[in-house]
Design a protein around this ligand. Sequence first.
Ligand SMILES: [Mn+2]
Length: 311
Amino acid sequence: MATLPDMPVEARHPAKPRHDRVPARSRDRKLPDWIHENDKPETPRKRLQFRTIFISDTHLGTPGCNAELLLDFLKSTDCETLYLVGDIVDGWQLRKGWYWPARHNDVIRCILKRVKRGTRVVYVPGNHDEAFRDYTGLDFGGIELVNEDIHVTADGRRLLVLHGDQFDSIVMYAKWLAFLGDSAYVLLLKSNSIVNAVRKMFGLPYWSLAAHLKKRVKNAVQFIGKYEEVVAHAAADRGVDGVVCGHIHSAEIKQFGDITYYNDGDWVESCTALVEHFDGRMEIIDWAAKVAAEQAEKAERKAAKAAAVPA
Ligand SMILES: [Mn+2]
């Protein structure tokens, strides 16, 4: 062991006492000024109350995830049931390289806290977090893991809740299906998981419709429309009143005959959630737009106040 005089000066005299050091969390990145480290959003909003909240495609574990806005949303809302409609943690990206900032932990912690407070949390895995599909039926820290669920709204409608990647292959070959009929439809539904199981064997990522759409922007609108139609069709087959899904990162409420199609969007591009009010009314909340509007209003008030001061 080194005697005291041999030790470097820094070791003998630590530069700063422990409590002075910047916590790891704020060292990593600069937080936007509207969010604090504690459990309350900076703009002290009254927590918005909903019967149900649906969110999906948060893609935690990727730089694309808007964890700040997501946390702000979670801390500004309360609900009886929270549905996590898949692609919450991006296992595919994490396999390529570990990316897990403290903020992403905060999101998980926030959700677990919600469970503790009595919110029912249901996790329906998607294709990017398909590893969880092996554990459906189990319970993780109070979070129910299921492959799909039927949600009954306050006004008594039955909604099928699933991520929606199941329909990728159907959308791809939709044109052919008209000729091939029902058995081909069932086969295609199965082929989707087979194709992706093989891709997994070769270490290839899931073939993602959302990624596919982005590459073909010109046809994106057409593809999204087709996807919505296919999902609504599948819901009609199941005898439900509507369907809630995610996957294509495009929030929407749309009627297809007797079926209402709901997509809760994502937290990579649009930062949207689907909510159910206590009377069963459903609404898409654009959190990024809401925060932006709040900030603009705040700036306006400040400017008005400054102008009111006599010269
Ligand atoms: Mn997906």
